[in-house]
Design a protein around this ligand. Structure first.
Ligand code: AMP
Length: 113
């Protein structure tokens, strides 16, 4: 998607600070961190939101969930962390390329704002 900022990050057209990358996903630091550690995990495949996934994405989505633990360990989140996927307008999604927020190094609040 040519006008998607996360696709541009994936293609190296917009700089980002990469935490982890493989053939399926990219993890980079959020530009506006809401915790001492705030990373975003994206699939390299453009999927706009959780509302736009299909059966063929099940393996990729499972792969991402399974990789969260490894990325959290890489970032030293040994005391726990929060995983968030915002979806749509009420979910306050602002970038329409599905992404997993991984936040840590502070105590999270519940319920979320
Ligand atoms: P969401 O509101 O769930 O769609 O989250 C989008 C996230 O992307 C926000 O936390 C933004 O701070 C973050 N973001 C937007 N542009 C960039 C960028 N160029 N590099 C890193 N993070 C970004």
């Amino acid at each position: 998607m040519s006008d998607c900022i996360f696709c541009m990050i994936k293609e190296g057209k917009i700089p980002s600070s990469t935490v982890y990358e493989d053939d399926k996903i990219l993890v980079f630091n959020d530009v506006d961190p809401q915790a001492p550690v705030h990373m975003l995990m994206i699939p390299k495949k453009h999927i706009s939101s959780l509302n736009e996934t299909s059966e063929e994405d099940e393996a990729l989505l499972g792969y991402m969930m399974n990789k969260v633990r490894d990325v959290a360990k890489l970032a030293g989140l040994d005391n726990g962390y929060r995983v968030v996927i915002n979806c749509g307008e009420d979910g306050m999604q602002t970038v329409f390329h599905i992404h997993v927020h991984i936040l840590g190094k502070r105590k999270m609040l519940w319920p979320p704002g």
